[in-house]
Design a protein around this ligand. Structure first.
Ligand code: FES
Length: 90
């Protein structure tokens, strides 16, 4: 049993099963199904490994596998607001 994502305890078998039995064809689908790449390291180590498995299983090149999309906040949020401080304008 080869652990691919240490943060979320996901094995190579879990990923292969998701691809073969659940029809996952992208890293985003693996992320949603397995929580791949959602641990504290945010996929730093597991995403490249999962991309190689996905490429092998789907017959694509690793360069054809799209990396996960990141979504920054639409509007910049002051850190103090996140910490619970009151807005100076109120
Ligand atoms: S190893 Fe996968 S999120 Fe950290």
């Amino acid at each position: 049993m080869k652990i691919i994502c240490r943060c979320e305890d996901i094995t190579e078998e879990d990923i292969i099963k998701a691809i073969r039995e659940k029809g996952c064809t992208t890293l985003d689908e693996l992320k949603h199904l397995l929580r791949l790449g959602m641990g504290p390291c945010q996929g730093r180590t597991c995403i490249p490994l999962a991309a190689r498995i996905l490429a092998r299983e789907t017959g694509k090149k690793v360069s054809e596998i799209e990396l996960q999309t990141s979504r920054p906040p639409v509007v910049p949020v002051p850190l103090g607001l996140l910490a619970g401080e009151e807005d100076e304008n109120d």
